[in-house]
Design a binder for this molecule. Structure first.
Ligand code: LCS
Length: 394
């Protein structure tokens, strides 16, 4: 009889975690070591050649990192995962491994600014060309594909505007033309969306965000085939060196155990806040995939199990009103990053996305007055009261 598939909560809490066979410790041990002793020269040679033969040096992988990788692969439904020191290390290691001079990339024009910089500056320097398109319409992606297109790369929901991209639609056209697909699913987490099951090749997460969940650790993750993860490990993880430290890997493992409970509260809070904002007379626009007013609400229902914790809004008073609100909040914290248990609020045009040229920024919906909230797990009534008292200052 086939084993019943475990629920997401069980997976998030337990997958990949086994008590230590020698001590019985239930919590994952932190192997805080940079190197591992060999039995003899032959043993050392084998371990230096491949992590499949055992550990050698922590830049090539450590036991705590392996537990994190196995856990994420199980939760995301992939063959294997690879952990990095930051989300940007994961993204750059993937791109510098799979792309080479003469290749072309089609990339969503709305994405985290460091990702934009990687494609627009660093990869260009090495002869990789990028076409940025509005991926919310799959036809734009199709039109941008060239004979040398190697990768289609996008975020959904995108940072910061929560614009969505049709994951299945992109996977279909990419498969037909044998193009690699990578999606940054940080805003969603595997609780909400599982791109590998929709035909995407590689899923990326900044583990700094919802995976860690407490704003106290940096990390990044790739999930894909074992073959691809091995290639990236041997190629850029090992030789560019963005490996995760054992303690950071431990913190992310611990964070993942409560991913489902945190996401449930976060999504429920975000929906309440989005509704409050939508009804507020001082608010011009609210962007949240869970609202019927979001232009891609139907797509959200097709590819997401819930709508996430990221809410954006514009006030009728524009930037000035936005500044007044952000400067007067007491409970919500004025800070970048996202996915913490604390509610964070920030101004994309001057903070996370200041680097994107203004014209391009505005074209993609990152207006001067846009405010981004990463909703946390506080009581929604308290968050709404905090927003209300700040709105009164306008
Ligand atoms: N991908 C997405 C969607 C992100 O939002 C970020 C960081 C990264 C990748 C990079 O991850 P990191 O290297 O920071 O772990 N986003 C940030 C943000 O919106 N505010 O501060 C950081």
């Amino acid at each position: 009889m086939a084993e019943k598939k475990q629920g997401f909560g069980t997976l998030a809490c337990r997958a990949g975690l086994n008590p230590c066979p020698t001590t019985g410790a239930i919590a994952t041990p932190i192997y805080q070591t940079s190197n591992f002793v060999f039995e003899n020269v032959q043993d050392g040679a084998r371990k230096c050649e491949s992590i499949d033969n055992g550990y050698c040096y922590t830049r090539l992988g450590s036991p705590t990192q392996s537990v994190l990788e196995e856990k994420v692969a199980l939760i995301e439904g992939g063959e294997a995962a690879l952990a990095f020191s930051t989300g940007v290390a994961a993204i750059s290691s993937l791109l510098f491994s799979v792309l080479q001079q003469g290749d072309h990339a089609v990339v969503s024009d709305t994405c985290y600014s460091a990702t934009h910089y990687l494609f627009d500056n660093l990869l260009r320097k090495f002869g990789v060309e990028t076409t940025f398109v509005d991926t919310s319409d799959v036809k734009n992606v199709e039109k941008a594909i060239r004979t040398n297109t190697k990768i289609i790369y996008f975020e959904t929901p995108a940072n910061p505007t929560v614009r969505l991209t049709d994951i299945r639609g992109i996977a279909k056209i990419a498969k037909e033309q044998n193009i690699l697909t990578a999606v940054d699913s940080t805003f969603a987490t595997p609780y909400i969306q599982r791109p590998l099951e929709m035909g995407i090749d590689v899923v990326i997460h900044s583990a700094t965000k919802y995976f860690g969940g407490h704003g106290d650790v940096m990390g990044g993750i790739l999930v894909g085939t074992k073959q691809m993860m091995n290639t990236v490990r041997d190629d850029t993880l090992k030789n560019m060196g963005g490996v995760i430290g054992p303690f950071d890997a431990y913190l992310i493992i611990r964070g993942l155990r409560t991913l489902e409970v945190r996401m449930k509260k976060i999504c429920s809070n975000a929906m309440k806040i989005a509704r409050f904002l939508e009804e507020h007379p001082k608010v011009e626009n609210v962007f949240y995939p869970g609202l019927a007013s979001h232009p891609q609400h139907e797509l959200a229902k097709r590819q997401m199990n819930d709508f996430g914790g990221m809410v954006c809004f514009e006030l009728k008073g524009g930037l000035e009103a936005g500044e007044t609100v952000m400067n007067n909040l007491k409970l919500c914290r004025l800070a970048v990053s996202l996915g913490d248990v604390d509610t964070l609020i920030q101004h994309p045009a001057s903070m996370t996305h200041w680097y994107v040229p203004r014209e391009e920024r505005i074209k993609t919906g990152i207006t001067d007055g846009l405010v981004r909230m990463s909703v946390g797990i506080e009581d929604p009534e308290d968050l709404i009261a905090d927003l209300e008292q700040a709105f009164e200052k306008i």
